[in-house]
Structures are given as C-alpha cells and as structure tokens.
Design a protein around this ligand. Structure first.
Ligand SMILES: C[S@@+](CC[C@H](N)C(=O)[O-])C[C@H]1O[C@@H](n2cnc3c(N)ncnc32)[C@H](O)[C@@H]1O
Length: 210
C-alpha cells in the first residue's frame, strides 16, 4: 500500500488489494479530489482504509472523515487482532498528519450513524466494512444510505467473503442483496474492479407525476 513513506504500523493487511484499485475507481467515477468532501467509514480497525482515504480523498483541508468503530473487533477476530485496537488506530491516524480532519464515533455503528443523521451531516462517500453479520450490515446499509447525498457513492467490502460461507446470517451477502432489492429505484450499480466489493451510486429522488 502506498503510504507516503510514513511509519504506519499495520498488523493486518486487509486493504492493500483494495488500495491498488481505488485510485483508478475514483478517477473513473470522475471524483473531484480537490473538493471538500464528507467521508464516512463504518469499520476502521487499525486505520489502513482510513489512512488511504485521508491521503487520497481528503486533500482539501475542509474534508472530514467520520470513523465509526466499536474498537472491540468482530466475531471473526482473534484476541491478538482485537488487542489495543483503539491505540493502534489512533497511532496510525496521528501518523497520517491529518488527525484534525478525522472525527471518531466510538461505539456501535448503528448508534454512530443515527448520531450523524441527527446532526444533519450528509456524506459524499460511505464505506461499509464494520460488522459482517447480516443483520448489522443491513442496518449499516440502510442508515448509511440515508446519510448519503444524491450522487454519493457507497461501497460495501466483502460482498463475497470466504468466512462463514455456509452461515449466511454471519455473512454480508444476504444483507447487501436485500438492501439493493429494496432500493432499486434509488441506485445505480458501479462496476467494481474487485468482485469482492459492491459499489452503488445514489440517484436523485424520482419525481412522480399525477
Ligand atoms: C474488517 S474490520 C475493518 C477494516 C478496515 N476497514 C480496513 O480496511 O483496515 C471491521 C471493524 O468493524 C468493527 N466492528 C465490528 N462490529 C461493529 C459494530 N457493530 N459497530 C461498530 N464497529 C464494529 C470492528 O471493531 C473492526 O475494527
């Protein structure tokens, strides 16, 4: 992962494959990298995807990144993966030099999303990579979509996920499918470079005539 040679400390490499594609993806979507943006990340772990967003999507000093994480890890994480997670995240965000552009909402993502909605915050980009249990992903998708501005982008990680493959309630896929089916009139599919991810653009509301 291109980390601008800063001394980040990542113990897990869950983002470098994505990082290799996202620059081109955002250019294909004609993302204006110089504009102030509101970015929401559901699931930050130790900050590798957050740092990528800070380095690539947060060039404008008014861009804000909201990071929602319980910092307790997920059911698929072992004790070492969960240990001192918040400290590792804080270290990496501080190392980015852009900590002033980050607001952390520590706790359950559904609580954090409701909080952002009630504050009137609206997002240009929502990255959904928190809990991978289907019911949680469905809640993150529905609330994250409400946060998203028309024209905004939502990406789900792990649409195809090799973990808990035979236990659909513990896997994001059925939640993403259900969410998409219920919002078909509000979205456009984004062709993703990685089949494991799922991208959607939010359409403006339909105007109904009598
Ligand atoms: C797969 S990791 C995120 C990886 C990160 N996006 C990256 O690419 O480096 C999932 C994260 O979601 C968090 N998480 C799990 N369930 C959550 C929940 N219900 N609310 C908030 N965060 C949660 C975990 O603490 C963990 O840090």
């Amino acid at each position: 992962m291109d980390t601008n040679n800063r001394p980040y400390r990542f113990t897990r490499d869950w983002f470098s494959q994505t990082a290799a594609h996202w620059g081109q993806l955002f250019r294909n979507l004609q993302w204006d990298f110089e504009q102030p943006r509101t970015l929401v990340e559901i699931g930050s772990y130790e900050g590798s995807s957050a740092v990528w967003m800070l380095e690539h999507l947060a060039r404008h000093p008014d861009t804000r990144l909201y990071c929602l994480d319980s910092f307790e890890g997920s059911i698929e994480h072992n004790a070492a993966e969960k240990a001192e997670l918040r400290q590792r995240f804080d270290y990496n965000i501080n190392t980015s030099g852009k900590a002033a552009q980050v607001e952390v909402l520590a706790g359950r993502s559904d609580d954090g999303l409701v909080q952002l909605l009630s504050r009137g915050i609206r997002a240009d980009f929502v990255y959904v990579d928190g809990s991978h249990q289907a019911a949680d992903v469905l809640a993150d998708a529905i609330l994250g979509w409400k946060l998203l501005k028309p024209g905004g982008l939502m990406i789900f990680d792990d649409y195809i996920w090799p973990v808990y493959q035979n236990q659909p309630l513990k896997n994001p896929k059925i939640a993403i499918d259900a969410f998409v089916n219920c919002h078909l009139d509000q979205l456009r599919f984004v062709v993703m470079p990685q089949r494991t991810q799922f991208g959607l653009l939010k359409l403006p509301p339909m105007e109904f005539t009598k």
